[in-house]
Design a protein around this ligand. Structure first.
Ligand code: CP
Length: 320
């Protein structure tokens, strides 16, 4: 695997899940694979889970790990070609990327949507430069539009907790005070569409996800109706994807607190498990009682980030 961005990059999902569960049983079984290999993790944005779980996954495989927080200690980077660099940016990404590639065997990059220009974000302008100029396999640790390590961990978690062969999984928009990217819901939708689940998306009007991710998934604007009989509730906020009105891209169109997942919502489900990628704003996205309930699986979900990262790094090492 040379790039990990989309669900198609992982190949057969059933095989990927089998591999994940086998690694979970013995996460040190491939410790020789990463000997004398280096993973470089580059963060343009903050992280807790992605940073720690990916480092742990690399260490489980016997790799060395270098972590770079671009905004803390590195030269400030220019990303646009053609700019006269007479401002505060000392280095261009076009030199920085191949230099980073010199010091490692695999590169993971986190670079969120900037919300300046929908086309730039949806064309993955930053990550594609890493793919083009680093000379190394690149895995996405949340980009402008996708978060595949999260979606893979979510799928592993659903596989572990499902009580029927084809569970009903609901992705629900929930309110948040700030404009958040669409990367998590985009990838979650993409991966659920590829999995053997009955997938429903619910959100207020105006929050329609990009068709290339939501595909033919059922969209239900009535949140309570969407929740009926659900086996898994996946709550997440996202800002306006700008599908119907491009001028609204990245805007907060609603802070309707009736969409906060609470016990009233969970009561109409099939005793559903509650999921969220974390970090989560309590009593905005979900109430204290729901996230603390026995059916909340946000911690095992986060734990599976180590497993999803390990499958991806293992496959990249095997393809070197
Ligand atoms: N879910 C997730 O990616 O968490 P972090 O932003 O803390 O890495």
């Amino acid at each position: 695997m040379k790039v990990f961005q989309h669900v198609s990059d992982i190949g057969d999902l059933k095989l990927a899940l089998e591999e994940a569960l086998s690694i979970k049983k013995d996460r040190y079984q491939y410790q020789g694979l990463g000997k004398n290999k280096t993973a470089m993790l580059i963060f343009f944005n903050n992280s807790l889970r992605t940073r720690l779980s990916t480092q742990k996954a690399a260490m489980n495989l016997g790799m060395n790990v270098i972590v770079l927080d671009v905004n803390q200690g590195a030269w400030k980077l220019e990303t646009e070609r053609g700019v006269i660099m007479d401002g505060d940016k000392s280095e261009h990404l076009l030199e920085a990327i191949p230099v980073m590639g010199c010091y490692c065997d695999l590169i993971g990059v986190r670079s969120f949507a900037r919300f300046e220009n929908r086309q730039d974000d949806y064309e993955e302008k930053i990550l594609n430069q890493f793919i083009k100029y680093s000379g190394k396999p690149v895995f996405f640790m949340e980009s402008a539009t996708v978060h595949p390590l999260q979606a893979f961990a979510d799928l592993i978690t659903i596989e572990e907790y499902k009580r029927s062969a084809r569970p009903k999984v609901v992705l629900s928009w929930a309110p948040h005070p700030k404009a958040l990217p669409q990367a998590v819901p985009n990838s979650f939708a993409e991966w659920m569409n590829a999995a053997d689940v009955d997938f429903v998306v619910t959100h207020p009007e105006g929050y329609e996800l990009d068709p290339k991710f939501v595909g033919d998934a059922k969209v239900e604007y009535d949140q309570m109706k969407a929740f009926e009989g659900a086996d898994f509730i996946y709550a997440k906020n996202w800002s306006c994807p700008g599908v119907t009105r491009p001028e609204d891209y990245g805007k907060v169109l609603s802070k309707d607190m009736s969409w906060t997942v609470d016990s009233r919502h969970m009561a109409v489900t099939n005793n559903a498990f509650f999921m969220h990628c974390l970090p989560v704003r309590r009593n905005m996205i979900v109430t204290d009682d729901v996230i603390e309930s026995p059916t909340s699986i946000v911690i095992p979900e986060a734990a599976n980030r180590e497993i999803s990262a390990q499958v991806v790094l293992k496959r990249m090492l095997e393809s070197l």
